[in-house]
Design a protein around this ligand. Structure first.
Ligand code: FEO
Ligand code: CA
Ligand code: CA
Length: 719
C-alpha cells in the first residue's frame, strides 16, 4: 500500500484483543507436540540448493546461487528517476493506461482516457512471471517471452477521486458521478500482459491472446470452507457460491502447480456503512467482526462508489443491512473480500477462485515452502495492519510431484488449497515460537467466549478473531514474506508500527524510538525490521526465530535503533516487498517508506542472508524496561546493498525474473502521490513526472509502471 494511504485513510489498528505480550502468555494452553530442537532441521527438511521460493517454483535455476553481491551500491537519492548500479539499465515497459487490446487508443494521459477495462490498471504491485516458449506454450525455461501477472492495488487519491485519471481531477464530494466511478472500478484488480524481448529491448504486446484484465466487477467463484456460508449470502449470490471482483491486491505468489495467487489487502476501506447499521443488524456477531475488520457503523468509503446511483455496481459498496434479508442487499459484500485469489495466467477464460481456506485478513504475499513429495503444501502469509498476525496454511492433500505440471492448474489449486488448516504464530521471548491452530478442532476456537465460531467457515471468514482467540503475537505490520531457497527459512517484513509502545514492546517487536523527519517526531517502530522463522518442518507446530535485519538510518544509535549496524550502502526504512530469486538466491527487499523520505526516495536492496541464529542476543533498554531480542549477523555491503532507488513519492514493489536471472521486472507504484488534487492540471506542481520524464508515454501526469532491469553485459542480475 502507500504510506500516504496508511496515514490519511487507512490507519488501521483495530486489534483491540487483549492478546498479551508473550512474556505474560500462559503456557498452559499451548501443549502441542514436542518442542523444536535445532534450526538445522529446517534446512535438512527442504533439502539443499533447491531453487524455489516466494515467487518461484517454476524457474529453471540455470544461474547459480550467489554467495556475494557483485555490484556497487547506489547512493540514497531524492531525484525523480530510477537509479540502478553502474553497468545496469532500467527500462519502462508497462504503465497505467497502456492499451491491452487492438483498437484501444493510445493512452493520452490527460484525464480524458476511457476503456480502462482494456488498459493497464493503476498502482502496479505484486507481480509474477509465467513463461512462454516460441510457440506460445507454457515454459519454465524460455527466457525471452512470458506473461506478467500484475496486481493493481489502488489509485492515487487525496479525497474520493482518483484525480490523475479525471480531466480536472474528478469530484471530491458526494454523490460522485457514475462515469468517474466506472473508470475507478476498472483501474483496480489484476492484469495479465504478454512481454517479450528481441534480445535488445523488452516490450509488452498491445494485442496478445494472453492479455487479460480482472477488475472489481469480474465474476469470481468462492472456494474452500466459506463457500455456502450464511455470511457470504448476497443479492448477487443467494447461495454464497459466487461473488464479484478482487480489490486492493497487494502481494502475490506463484503456486507449485504454476498459478498466480494474489492477496486482497485493504478492501474494507472501500465500503460504506450506515450510521445505524449496528442496530439494523440487531447487534449480531457480525457487528463485532465488522469492527475488528476496521468498519465501524457510519464508516465512510474511500471513493464513495456507493453513491453512483441505484445500479447494482454502485449499491454493492453499501455494506449495510438495508433490505429484508441478506438476499436483498449487500450487508455481506465485505465478507466476499479479504482472501487469496487464484488465477491461471495461461487460461484467460477460467474464473478466478477465492481460496477462503487461506483466511480473511489484509493479505500481502503468499510464499510456498518447497513442496516435498508425500508432504502437505505449506503457504506462509502476513496480515498487514498494526498489531496483526503471521499465518501459515497447511494442506490436507499431500504433494504429488506430477502436479508441478498438471493438466488443469486450477483443479490442482482446488486439491491443495480448499482443504487444510490455518495457523497463527506466537513468538516467545526465548527465541522459539509456536503455530496455533485455527479450526474447530481447537477448543479455544470451538468453545470461545470471545467470538461465536460455529464452523470452519466462520474461521475462514473471521480469521482475525480466531487468531485473537488463541493468543497469537501482535506484530509490527507483517507485509511480504519469502522462503529462502537453501535453508527453507521464512523471512517476513514487518514494515513499521507507529502504535508500538514501550509497554507493548516484545522480543520479536523490540524497538520503540523517536526518529526525526526534519522537525517532525516519528514514534514507535519507525523503520521496521525483517523477522526470520526456521520452522521445525514446514508443516510442524514449532519454530525458532531471530531478526534478520533491523531497518534504520545509518547514523542512528546502535544500542537502541541501528541494531544491525547498517551503513550508507544499505540503510533503509520500511521494508515491504520481499522475494527470493529462484535463479540466484538473492533476497530482494523493497521499501514503502514515508519516514526516511526527507533523505531518500524508496528503494530496493539485494541481500544474501545467512541463517536463523547466526547473530546474537541483544538487550535494549527502554527506560526501566529491558527487552531481549535476537539479531542476525551484521550485514556487510557484500551481503546487503542498495540496488535501486525510485522516483519521487513512489514505493518499490513487485518482483519477478526470467528463469535465467538475466532480466528482473519490478514495479514503481504511485510516483507523485504527494501531488495536490488542486494541481492536477499544473504539471509544474506535480511532485513527480515519472515515467514521462524517462521518455515513456504521453502527457506529464505520473503513472505507476513496470520496469525491466538488465545488465549491460548480459549477465545475471546482482552478480
Ligand atoms: Fe499493499 Fe501492506 O502493502
Ligand atoms: Ca529521520
Ligand atoms: Ca505491501
Amino acid at each position: 500500500m502507500s504510506h500516504k494511504t496508511e496515514s490519511h485513510f487507512n490507519n488501521e489498528a483495530s486489534n483491540t484483543s487483549s492478546n498479551p505480550a508473550f512474556e505474560q502468555v500462559l503456557e498452559t494452553r499451548l501443549s502441542r507436540r514436542s518442542l523444536f530442537r535445532g534450526a538445522g532441521l529446517a534446512g535438512a527438511a527442504v533439502g539443499a540448493a533447491s531453487v524455489t521460493g516466494c515467487a518461484t517454483t517454476m524457474g529453471s535455476g540455470s544461474a547459480t546461487q550467489l554467495d556475494r553481491l557483485g555490484f556497487k551500491a547506489v547512493p540514497k537519492s531524492l531525484a525523480d528517476k530510477v537509479i540502478v548500479p553502474e553497468g545496469y539499465t532500467a527500462q519502462v515497459i508497462y504503465a497505467l493506461g497502456d492499451p491491452l487490446a487492438a483498437g484501444v487508443a493510445p493512452f493520452k494521459n490527460d484525464g480524458t482516457d476511457t476503456q480502462f477495462e482494456q488498459r493497464a490498471g493503476d498502482h502496479h504491485d505484486g507481480m509474477e512471471w509465467f513463461g512462454l516458449d516460441a510457440q506460445g506454450k507454457p515454459s519454465a525455461s524460455y527466457n525471452s517471452r512470458g506473461i506478467l501477472g500484475v496486481n493493481h492495488e489502488a489509485t492515487t487519491d487525496e479525497k474520493l477521486a482518483s484525480f490523475f485519471i479525471h480531466a480536472n481531477g474528478g469530484t471530491a464530494t458526494l454523490p460522485r458521478p457514475a462515469a468517474e466511478i466506472d473508470k475507478e472500478l476498472a483501474i483496480h484488480g489484476l492484469s495479465f500482459v504478454e512481454v517479450q524481448t528481441d534480445g535488445k529491448r523488452w516490450a509488452y504486446k498491445t494485442s496478445s491472446p494472453f492479455n487479460r484484465r480482472i477488475t472489481t466487477m469480474t465474476p469470481a467463484v468462492v472456494h474452500g470452507p466459506a463457500r455456502g456460508s450464511e455470511h457470504l449470502v448476497t443479492k448477487y449470490s443467494p447461495d454464497a457460491s459466487a461473488c464479484r471482483g478482487t480489490l486492493n491486491n497487494c502481494g502475490t505468489g506463484k503456486t507449485p502447480w504454476g498459478t498466480f495467487v494474489s492477496g486482497e489487502e485493504n478492501w474494507f476501506g472501500y465500503f460504506f456503512r450506515d450510521a445505524k447499521d449496528d442496530d439494523a443488524r440487531k447487534k449480531d456477531k457480525q457487528v463485532q467482526a465488522l469492527k475488528r475488520y476496521g468498519r465501524n457503523a457510519g464508516a465512510a468509503s474511500r471513493h464513495g462508489w456507493e453513491s453512483g446511483g441505484t445500479e447494482d455496481r454502485f449499491v454493492r459498496w453499501n455494506n449495510s443491512a438495508i433490505g429484508a434479508s441478506a438476499k436483498d442487499d449487500y450487508r455481506n459484500e465485505m465478507n466476499t473480500f479479504g482472501y487469496v485469489v487464484e488465477v491461471d495466467a495461461y487460461d484467460t477464460t477460467a474464473p478466478m477462485r477465492k481460496r477462503t481456506g487461506l483466511g480473511r485478513f489484509a493479505h500481502e504475499s503468499v510464499a510456498f515452502a518447497k513442496p516435498v513429495a508425500g508432504q502437505p503444501i505449506v503457504a506462509y502469509m502476513g496480515d498487514d495492519a498494526r498489531g496483526e498476525y503471521i499465518y501459515k496454511f497447511v494442506s490436507d492433500a499431500k504433494w504429488d510431484p506430477k502436479d508441478a505440471q498438471p493438466a488443469n492448474r486450477l483443479a490442482a489449486g482446488d486439491k491443495y488449497l480448499d482443504k487444510g488448516t490455518l495457523f497463527a504464530a506466537r513468538f516467545k521471548g526465548d527465541g522459539t515460537g509456536q503455530w496455533l491452530e485455527l479450526s474447530m478442532n481447537n477448543p479455544q476456537i470451538a468453545n470461545s467466549s470471545y467470538f461465536e465460531f460455529k464452523s470452519n467457515a466462520d474461521v475462514a471468514i473471521f480469521t482475525r478473531l480466531a487468531a485473537d482467540a488463541v493468543g497469537a503475537t501482535k506484530m509490527d505490520r507483517p507485509e511480504w514474506n519469502g522462503v529462502h531457497p537453501r535453508t527453507g527459512e521464512v523471512y517476513f517484513t514487518l514494515t513499521n508500527n507507529s502504535a508500538r509502545t514501550v509497554a507493548t514492546a516484545d522480543a520479536a517487536n523490540p524497538r520503540v524510538y523517536t526518529d526525526m523527519k526534519g522537525s517532525k517526531e516519528q514514534k514507535g517502530n519507525v523503520h521496521g525490521h525483517i523477522a526470520r522463522l526456521a520452522d521445525a518442518s514446514p508443516a510442524g507446530m514449532t519454530f525458532k526465530w531471530d531478526i534478520y535485519v533491523f531497518g534504520s538510518e545509518a547514523d542512528a544509535d546502535k544500542a537502541t535503533i541501528n541494531l544491525s549496524s547498517l551503513t550508507d550502502e544499505n540503510d533503509m526504512s520500511a521494508p515491504d516487498g520481499l522475494v527470493f530469486s529462484p535463479a540466484t538466491g538473492i533476497c530482494w527487499i523493497q521499501t514503502d517508506d514515508g519516514a526516511y523520505t526527507d533523505k531518500t526516495n524508496c528503494m530496493m536492496l539485494a541481500a544474501i542472508p545467512g541463517k536463523q541464529g547466526d547473530g546474537a542476543a541483544r538487550t535494549i533498554k527502554h527506560g526501566d524496561r529491558e527487552v531481549t531480542t535476537y539479531v542476525g549477523k551484521t550485514p556487510t555491503p557484500s551481503t546487503l546493498a542498495r540496488f535501486l532507488v525510485g522516483p519521487k513519492d513512489c514505493e518499490i514493489t513487485g518482483w519477478c525474473e526470467t528463469p535465467d536471472g538475466r532480466a528482473v521486472f519490478i514495479n514503481i507504484q504511485h510516483p507523485g502521490e504527494g501531488t495536490k488534487m488542486a494541481d492536477v492540471t499544473n504539471p509544474s506542481k506535480y511532485t513527480s513526472q515519472w515515467p514521462a520524464n524517462a521518455g515513456y508515454g504521453a502527457g506529464q501526469r505520473p503513472r505507476s509502471a513496470t520496469i525491466v532491469i538488465t545488465k549491460n553485459d548480459g549477465g545475471v542480475i546482482g552478480s
